[in-house]
Design a protein around this ligand. Structure first.
Ligand code: CTP
Length: 210
């Protein structure tokens, strides 16, 4: 199995110095990359800026912005059997990126923000025989929102988790299928959830080489 994994946050720049980002440590994605390597899978890791080292043995692609993550993923996905999207992608970016460093003017400022592209939805739209697993971070109506997200992004499965997962060593997740069924509930250290998820995919996800 050859898997693409997205991890960490992306950044969107207001000028060459200031950026908007998400509070993501990248731990879940890196733990999944580690678990997949442990099972003997080939791992292509596309990561935003995090303080973690890429697991030895993976093919590592560093990105910073959402556009860079999208470009890397769309280039690399066709060579993979599936994708696991754990990245905390920045949903908005300033409409204009200024050159240099914006000067303070002594008063408030208003920044027009526009939506970034959806990396996972882009991969879902070109998946063909490949499988797609998304993560959904939901604070309200978690199941309903996660399922809507799964359908909008053409995922085979979605892993529902909560905002408490951000920056934490632990997580509590529900794996939901495209039919809306709960396949599994797992909780504990992210490394344990990662191992359980990869073992589950080894049984349930199609491998184009087998
Ligand atoms: N995702 C993505 N590109 C985006 C936004 C999200 O690839 N621009 C991916 C994430 O990596 C995750 C899934 O889509 O696998 C869901 O991300 P989430 O932040 O839960 O949802 P959003 O689509 O951003 O929607 P909302 O913020 O409204 O909940």
């Amino acid at each position: 199995m050859r898997v693409l994994i997205t991890a960490g946050p992306t950044r969107e720049y207001l000028d060459d110095v200031r950026y908007l980002s998400n509070g993501s440590s990248g731990r879940m994605g890196y733990a999944i990359a580690q678990a997949a390597l442990h099972l003997g899978w080939e791992v292509v890791l596309v990561s935003g800026p995090v303080e973690l080292s890429a697991p030895p043995g993976c093919e590592f692609h560093q990105v910073i912005t959402t556009d860079q993550m999208k470009e890397a993923c769309e280039r690399l996905f066709p060579g993979c059997d599936g994708v696991i999207a754990t990245a905390a992608v920045c949903d908005y970016k300033p409409a204009v990126r200024l050159t240099g460093k914006m000067k303070k003017g002594g008063g408030p400022i208003t920044v027009e923000m526009i939506e970034t592209d959806d990396v996972l939805a882009g991969l879902g739209s070109i998946k063909e025989h490949r499988w797609v697993l998304g993560f959904a971070l939901e604070a309200q109506n978690p199941r309903e929102n996660a399922l809507q997200k799964l359908r909008r992004k053409n995922c085979n499965w979605i892993v529902l988790n909560r905002p408490e997962a951000i920056g934490s060593e632990e997580n509590s997740v529900e794996l939901i299928s495209a039919r809306g069924e709960t396949e599994e509930n797992w909780s504990g250290p992210k490394s344990r959830i990662a191992a359980l998820l990869v073992e589950w995919l080894a049984v349930h996800a199609p491998n184009s080489n087998s």
